[in-house]
Ligand binder design. Structure first.
Ligand code: ZN
Length: 439
């Protein structure tokens, strides 16, 4: 999908290039041609796929030809385990990283030295967009090892030129020690780790000893309320949601900017398409769908139309921050979690987004689906906050129901429960109860 049109050309940063929409489109076409040719000649996997689709590398003449290419999925990575996409001779591979597959085998991806350099530059852009300078001290509280998280934050930080404090996850005491003794200015962690640290800082009355200004967080779903909570507790000026996945180098594929109106992604490094996960056709611009990525210069493990399962939408128009890179909304959930309700595709994240608009509610919720007389019914259960009187529950339920109707275009019965009624879990909470098959 071509990058969003924008008129003004922002000043180039040290790492973020200043590119017009036309320049991005040119880079995308050249990169697409290179990738298809490279993958075709580099690995039997892609050669077979492209042959089956009746496409030769020379057939790519225009960006619209992207739609003719076959998809690649996580199953392909598992079926061909460990390195089905490897498109360079092994002597050019300098590293591998892996991620846990949610089912079955791990995903293993290979990197050439150029891939590692591209990743470092890509991640350095994130620190630049987050407003850091070489004088920042960056505490990295994510996992090191096979995972891309620690390696990516570290690579990017060194390439950018700030000071990396590689602590890794957990170890609350050491985290607090480094935060106070070293005067960390930027915290990199998951949202729940930031929350945990924030609570500990409050408990130990350490806030006056902190120099934290910014945080970069990602890798898990978070609510706006959770974010406000850790921003306050840690005294942050800004926090930034980061995206990325091992298949696409690792973390750093995109970042929020100071305008906090979506995530800028690096359209000169990969093409982002949004498709309907059922029909596999592109959705209308600005509509919600599954993110599909095609890399433009990845050597060891190129991606052609890789289905990420992440749901988001493109944000049209220019960003007030001045960065010319296009934007998508924060990830709304996984396409595997999709519910088909009376013929409409719904994601639990959409319901969560509606509930977030009502400050009288807590963040826990549940969606129950049933079928009677051939018709689907939906009940959305949410908890009121302790401060919200029970007497308000009925009015609140009606307001939320109307909001769901206008935002998601479906009718749901809304039940407002007493605080603490819904089941809680530290692992992935089951949000959807689907009892339709039993009827
Ligand atoms: Zn922006």
């Amino acid at each position: 999908m071509p990058a969003a049109k924008h008129t003004s050309k922002p000043a180039p940063g040290r790492f973020i290039p200043s590119l017009s929409a036309d320049e991005i489109a040119k880079i995308q076409l050249d990169g697409l041609k290179w990738t298809v040719n490279h993958a075709y000649h580099g690995t039997p996997f892609y050669r077979l796929r492209l042959n089956e689709a009746g496409i030769a590398p020379g057939d790519i003449k225009d960006l619209s030809d992207l739609a003719k290419l076959p998809f690649t999925t996580a199953y392909d990575l598992q079926d061909g385990y460990p390195l089905p996409l490897l498109s360079v001779p092994e002597e050019r591979v300098v590293r591998i990283h892996g991620s846990s597959g949610t089912t079955g085998k791990r995903k293993i991806l290979a990197y050439t030295q150029k891939d590692i350099d591209d990743w470092a530059n890509m991640f350095a852009r994130c620190y630049e967009l987050a407003g850091l300078t070489e004088l920042d001290r960056v505490q990295i509280c994510v996992g090191y090892g096979l995972w891309t998280a620690g390696a990516g934050f570290q690579l990017g930080c060194e390439r950018f030129g700030a000071m990396a404090l590689p602590v890794g996850p957990g170890m609350l005491d050491i985290q607090l020690q480094m935060l106070t003794d070293l005067g960390t200015t930027c915290l990199c962690s998951t949202a729940s780790m930031a929350l945990l640290l924030g609570e500990e800082v409050e408990k130990q009355h350490l806030r006056d000893k902190l120099k934290l200004k910014r945080s970069i967080f990602g890798a898990e779903a978070h609510s706006r309320k959770m974010r406000q909570r850790f921003e306050e507790a840690l005294g942050l000026e800004h926090s930034f949601d980061i995206t990325g996945m091992t298949e696409l180098y690792g973390p750093g594929a995109g970042l929020e900017c100071e305008a906090h109106q979506g995530i800028h992604y690096w359209a000169d490094l990969y093409i982002l398409e949004i498709i309907d996960p059922v029909t596999l056709l592109p959705v209308a611009p600005g509509e919600l769908g599954e993110m599909v990525v095609t890399t433009l210069r990845k050597e060891a493990s190129p991606l052609i139309r890789y289905r990420t399962r992440d749901m988001t939408r493109l944000i049209p128009g220019a960003c007030p921050c001045g960065c010319g890179m296009p934007r998508h909304e924060r990830i709304q959930g996984r396409s595997d979690d999709m519910i088909i309700f009376r013929g409409v595709n719904i994601y639990p994240g959409q319901v969560a987004a509606v509930l977030e608009r009502h400050p009288q509610l807590q963040s826990e919720y549940q969606i129950a689906l049933s079928r009677s007389e051939g018709l689907d019914h939906m009940v959305v259960r949410a908890e009121r906050r302790t401060e919200t009187p029970e007497a308000e529950a009925e009015v609140l339920a009606r307001a939320v129901g109307e909001d769901i109707k206008s935002q998601i275009l479906v009718s749901a019965k809304v039940e407002i429960l007493a605080p603490g009624t819904l089941p809680r879990s530290f692992a992935k909470t089951k949000r959807v109860l689907d009892e339709r098959e039993k009827d």
